[in-house]
Write a protein that binds this ligand. Sequence first.
Ligand code: GRF
Length: 212
Amino acid sequence: MKRIVVLISGSGSNLQAIIDACQQQRINGSLAAVFSNKASAYGLVRAQEAGIPAHALSPQAFADREAFDRALMAEIDAYTPDVVVLAGYMRILSPAFVQHYAGKMLNIHPSLLPRYPGLHTHRQAIDNGDEEHGTSVHFVTEELDGGPVILQARVPIFADDSEEEVMARVQHQEHAIYPLVINWLVEGRLAMRDNAAWLDNVQLPAQGYAEE
Ligand code: GRF
């Protein structure tokens, strides 16, 4: 059984979707551990309730980003993961960390990348008068929210939508597509080569897999 480690910083609703998908065997792997850079992250409670080892590592205890990431890497590697999943992990990663897990680390970002990397994506989409928004699952590279996109899901933005309404609509899609993509990686169907994502040996277009 392939082993998955998940990194979180907050509520962990994506983590919950991954836990459920593993239990229902929609992901053909097992959750080896969950790590958070915040001890108060509710996702840690979700992990404990599912019987998954859950750890918090505080950045304040380390001299710099590199030292924190080295310690985190050592703790992650003790679980010998095949796949590392960022699920609302709100920390910039050091280059050494990214290189160490290259090709086996995924992130989910709440926008239709390459639009709106970084924070406050829902607010920006609304303020710009966008008629649609969405979420992207991508391989992690050294460029923030910049790695090859694997799969996106789109949602409409309606007039008078609040930021919370758009966020909830996006998260609903995240909970559907993230487990799907994680399973592709777990089953060895996904690869990152030549700074592109490949599914079943077919290079995916810049916006990821698209059903036309
Ligand atoms: C998600 O919307 C994800 O796209 C972003 O952070 C949010 C995490 O939410 N990276 P949760 O902790 O999974 O509920």
